[in-house]
Write a protein that binds this ligand. Sequence first.
Ligand SMILES: NC(=O)c1ccc[n+]([C@@H]2O[C@H](COP(=O)([O-])OP(=O)(O)OC[C@H]3O[C@@H](n4cnc5c(N)ncnc54)[C@H](O)[C@@H]3O)[C@@H](O)[C@H]2O)c1
Ligand SMILES: [Zn+2]
Length: 429
Amino acid sequence: MNLSIVIYALFSLFSISLGFIGRFSFFRPKNIVSYHRLSSNNIKVEEILKSFKECLIPTKIESNLITKPPLNNLIEQLGTKKKVLIVTNDKISHHYLKTLASELTNNGFKVHEVILPDGEAHKTMDSAEIVINKAIECKLDRKTGIMLALGGGVIGDLTGFAASIYQRGIDYIQLPTSLLAMVDASIGGKTAVNHAKGKNLIGTFYHPKAVLMDLATLSTLPDREYFSGLSEVVKYGLIEDQGYFEWLEMNADKIVNKDINTISNMIHISVNHKLNITQRDYKEVRGIREILNFGHTFAHAIEAGFGYGLWLHGEAVSLGIMMALTMSAHELQLPCDYITRTKNLLSKFKLPVSIQNEHLLQLIGTDAYNKIISKLTSDEFINIMKFDKKAKNGNLNFVLMKELGDIRVVDQFNETNLIRLVNEFVKPI
Ligand SMILES: NC(=O)c1ccc[n+]([C@@H]2O[C@H](COP(=O)([O-])OP(=O)(O)OC[C@H]3O[C@@H](n4cnc5c(N)ncnc54)[C@H](O)[C@@H]3O)[C@@H](O)[C@H]2O)c1
Ligand SMILES: [Zn+2]
């Protein structure tokens, strides 16, 4: 284990201990009508250490890790795995596959490729089978073979899934190329493919051997995708770290202008937050990982209600965050100041804070847009939320916030207020 990992391990253990102290004492609930406390006080230290070890994945964040020779970091991580299967899509391959494949070949690796069509619609069992067929065809084995996921969250989730079931689990490395994949999808060990009945219904918990984030790849990421990734970043500030939220406010202009040092810091901090939360609850059984769903119950209803693919996930999360904050003010008396500050920050990041999504309006026009909204009544919206994968037996629960960093999972709330909230946010423009 090299020194940086040891230092990181100590740092993370220290953070976990702080989290413990915080949850045991400072964040004791006061006058809350009804809530579920996060069940962190049931956790045994040995369990945390085990979960922590499983999550300790070498993660590098730099420029030119895969976009320019000599690719030393990647080659070091590949070690004795001489047969490499790169999984990517037809958009990303165009930018980054040639250099990566030829440089690995020049270094003595046998390189195979699977190039899938771009898009969430292709995150399916069929695509996983294509990857597995290729692995069989090129005789990839656990001892000498490895998969590389070169792309955004779709490719990362799909490759991770294929790797986890091929020969009962073959190594893979994540090379995330979208901001969302860097700050969220590549960290935490969840893999998935979609099913006709729902998103991410099939999947495994399976960590990559390493995650290498090449910041240079962000230069080709479309703006809309870049800004969309920022809503998860704002979410970390809200749920975990007031200091980070303030740092985002202070550095918003630099982030908008894609200042590389600021982006690098932002990704480092975000990765630490995602790790910190997931390593305490790797398999999502302790109610800690749930806090990552802040804003997501509403977001999923927006994505599904409009029809998947219209709103980008991050755009829906941005509006979902605004709705969750407003509900937090109703149910837990969250000070309104946070709602205003978050609205300002998300707006600076060119993210929707109301139902008015400029990208979509441009794409389909106001009439078609309003037609969709008028069909999305509050009953329909709440129904979609009830049958979200995360809702328990059709019972709604919401991840809400009493103060910045003080998260409650609430399953009893004022239904009239909820209907009013949905009507307030989801109405024709
Ligand atoms: N595993 C997890 O914990 C987790 C967490 C969050 C999201 N996800 C999953 O991640 C997926 C969303 O990820 P995403 O937003 O990265 O979507 P994506 O993978 O579809 O990428 C978004 C778009 O950007 C393109 N792209 C990506 N990187 C590029 C680059 N450097 N240059 C040019 N184009 C580039 C892609 O081809 C695609 O068109 C969803 O399927 C979601 O379920 C998983
Ligand atoms: Zn999300």
